[in-house]
Design a binder for this molecule. Structure first.
Ligand SMILES: [Zn+2]
Length: 292
């Protein structure tokens, strides 16, 4: 019986006569675009030479199935595993909203100067990272100069939080809950008590109850939204440290944090932590192990 999605071998594209070696951690769309430049065709045409049904390079980075991977590997004369590693198709659903649509950060040591468009590295799209996946150095924004992070003293905890989010996103590893879900809950609004003069409701996040310097560091233009939940790099260590602290303290800490909320927000927060309590993760890695 023929497989439903198998393509006709007669229509598959032949391997390209010349292929370019991928750079370390290069994103698939970047690699395809470099080939497009070499063969003087538009990047999407290059992709459709291999996958006629492809809608965009952006989509190819995020959702390639096994058949696509094999066909691309055939045209570019490489291993399917090499192609798969260049994509974000392994990123678990709960972490996908933390993927940037375009490169937003780079490593001064590993990435090209900002006037060079390529190669684009996969790590430039990972909105939970504040360190470079290749060398461990601090990332910086590609389009602007950052002030130094005011959360330097949380560096150690932030590294732990980064690893928790990375393990979940890249490898589907969770502890007693999803670290990406903890991050989401920590960015919900809280109500400070007593209510300060000139109260600005957008400024106060649950995270500020565990990292008090956050309230003053938050700027309106830097706030994450549901559409763009990725924090600017100087603020990211605070969120990552918060994730590490909640993960280590366990569900009781979330219950304690619920007291900082009011109204509909408190109801939403409560139902989220009830959900966590009723559906604990099966892979119960000890949080203590994460600290070694
Ligand atoms: Zn680096």
């Amino acid at each position: 019986m023929p497989k439903p999605h198998s393509h006709n071998a007669g229509t598959s594209s032949r391997p390209l006569p010349v292929t370019l070696a991928p750079h370390t951690d290069e994103l698939l769309s970047s690699w395809i675009s470099r080939h497009a430049e070499f063969y003087a065709v538009p990047p999407l045409e290059m992709l459709r030479h291999c996958l006629p049904e492809a809608s965009s390079l952006h989509a190819a980075d995020r959702s390639l199935n096994g058949d696509h991977v094999i066909r691309l590997a055939g045209v570019f004369s490489t291993e399917p595993a090499t192609v798969r590693r260049m994509t974000l198709s392994n990123i678990v659903q709960s972490s996908r909203r933390l993927l940037a649509g375009q490169p937003l950060q780079s490593c001064p040591a590993c990435h090209p100067a900002k006037d060079e468009a390529r190669p684009v590295r996969r790590g430039q799209l990972l909105g939970w990272r504040f360190t470079c996946p290749l060398c461990g150095g601090l990332l910086r924004h590609t389009d602007r100069h950052d002030r130094p992070s005011p959360f330097g003293r949380y560096h150690g905890a932030a590294l732990i939080g980064e690893r928790l989010l990375d393990d979940e996103a890249e490898r589907g590893v969770r502890t007693w809950t999803s670290p990406a879900e903890i991050a989401r809950l920590l960015l919900m609004r809280r109500v400070p008590r007593p209510i300060p003069r000139g109260y600005e409701p957008w400024r106060f996040r649950v995270l500020g109850a565990i990292i008090p310097d956050l309230d003053d560091a938050i700027e309106r233009r830097s706030l994450p939204t549901p559409a763009h939940p990725i924090l600017p790099l100087p603020l990211r260590p605070a969120l990552l440290a918060g994730v590490a602290m909640v993960e280590r303290s366990g569900p009781e800490m979330l219950k304690m944090l619920r007291r900082h909320m009011m109204g509909q927000n408190q109801v939403r927060f409560s139902s989220a932590i009830d959900e966590i309590a009723t559906h604990p993760c099966r892979s119960m890695a000890s949080s203590q192990l994460q600290l070694i």
